[in-house]
Design a binder for this molecule. Structure first.
Ligand code: PLP
Length: 393
């Protein structure tokens, strides 16, 4: 029997976060232990044996994540790419192909193109919106896994998850969605047909730029006759890239406030995007919430909000770099999804490895992870930096 499905905000606060039965502590303790004493050589005390296999703090986070994504099981890892790696190794064999949406995260690109090449796994990229190309690619018998990220980084391209699921499933291909940019507060890919969701919990889920982490969340999908949940569970245990208890605790703590944080991120990002659209010197603004954005209609249908990341172009690389280096409130930094606003020059920072490829972002583009500060202060900071950049050059 499945537990009663509660609302998002309630599950965020309570799922997997029950008070401690021993002391009544409202917040369950951090189980900072590697191992657990047993009552006999074959009998465990509370179901736990060794923390790589299971730890109550990590398991609490996993329950919380599964509830919020509407999944049946979640698995927490030391980082987002560790989660991706576990899922891919749980599902792929030498000779297989991954069909991935272009513009995927740089670390995912690195895994797919560099790390797995030695193990005989290949990757084919298709445009996120091109379901005809997707259909052609997944029709090949070697194509086993389809990989979609929406919205993308840094161009905020939006793809239709249900359309990808339909095409992938028509050819027996597993659909994975990287839900890092939207977070489960804005979209739940499993409800649109995805078989697995991956997260960098480092971003919106942790939400405070103080902890790395990753997760895989699955529904009821079978893979080669076995529950996908069991395959990922085994991979997590056997591969061992688990989230430690302190990291799991910080991530759980951040996740409790995701709903309220994301509302402010979305509201601030929309204000910043609208303001940038009118700002002299700004040539193009990328934000799915703007009616002119090519993915606006899909985003409106698929997402409960448009997210907290805004990218914009300044016409020249020199101006873009000057803006990125010229803000005071927005920290010059990679990463995103924290309460504080961060700015970066994608071409030289997050996407440096993509230089010269068709995955390289425009060189005059700046990305802002809009935080939850007072939006007037964010706008003032950007305004001043843009003004200086266009005067200097
Ligand atoms: C950051 C990020 C990752 C990788 O996560 P890490 O926690 O840095 O390993 C994967 N996908 C997306 C979309 C990301 O932004």
């Amino acid at each position: 029997m499945r537990p009663v499905r509660r609302g998002f905000a309630t599950s965020a606060v309570h799922a997997g976060q029950e008070s401690d039965p021993l002391t009544g502590a409202v917040i369950p303790p951090i189980y900072q232990t590697s191992t657990f004493t047993q009552t006999g050589v074959e009998t465990l005390t509370g179901g736990y044996e060794y923390s790589r296999g299971g730890n109550p703090t990590r398991n609490g986070l996993e329950t919380q994540l599964a509830a919020l994504e509407g999944g049946t099981a979640a698995f927490a890892f030391a980082s987002g790419v560790a989660a991706e790696d576990a899922l891919l190794r749980a599902t792929l064999s030498p000779g297989d192909t991954v069909v991935a949406a272009a513009e995927c995260y740089g670390g995912t690109h690195r895994l797919l193109t560099q790390l797995y090449a030695r193990w005989g796994v290949t990757v084919e990229f298709v445009a996120p919106g091109d379901t005809t190309a997707l259909e052609a690619a997944v029709a090949a018998p070697e194509a086993r896994v389809a990989w979609l990220e929406t919205p993308t980084n840094p161009l905020l391209t939006v793809a239709d998850i249900a359309a990808w699921a339909e095409v992938a499933h028509a050819h027996g291909t597993l659909l994975v969605v990287d839900n890092t940019f939207a977070s489960p507060a804005l979209q739940t890919p499993l409800s649109r047909g995805a078989d697995a969701v991956v997260h960098s919990t480092t971003k919106y889920i942790g939400g405070h730029s103080d902890v790395l982490g990753g997760a895989v969340v699955v529904g009821d999908a079978l893979w080669e006759g076995e529950p996908l949940a069991e395959l990922v569970c085994f991979q997590q245990f056997a591969g061992g890239a688990v989230a430690g208890p302190q990291d799991a605790y910080l991530t759980s703590r951040g996740l409790k406030t995701l709903g309220v944080r994301i509302r402010q991120h979305c509201e601030n990002a929309r204000s910043v995007a609208e303001w940038l659209s009118e700002r002299a010197g700004v040539e193009q603004v990328y934000y799915p919430g703007l009616p002119g954005h090519p993915g606006h209609d899909i985003a409106r249908e698929q997402m409960a909000g448009f997210g907290g990341v805004v990218s914009f172009r300044l016409g020249t690389e020199a101006r873009a770099r000057a803006v990125a280096e010229g803000t005071r409130l927005c920290g010059l930094s990679v990463s995103l999804g924290g309460v504080e606003s961060l700015i970066c020059h994608s071409a030289t920072m997050t996407h440096a490895a993509a230089a010269g490829t068709d995955q390289a972002p425009p060189r005059d583009l700046v990305r802002v992870s809009v935080g939850i500060e007072d939006v007037e202060d964010i706008v003032e900071d950007l305004d001043r930096a843009i003004e200086r950049a266009i005067r200097l050059r």
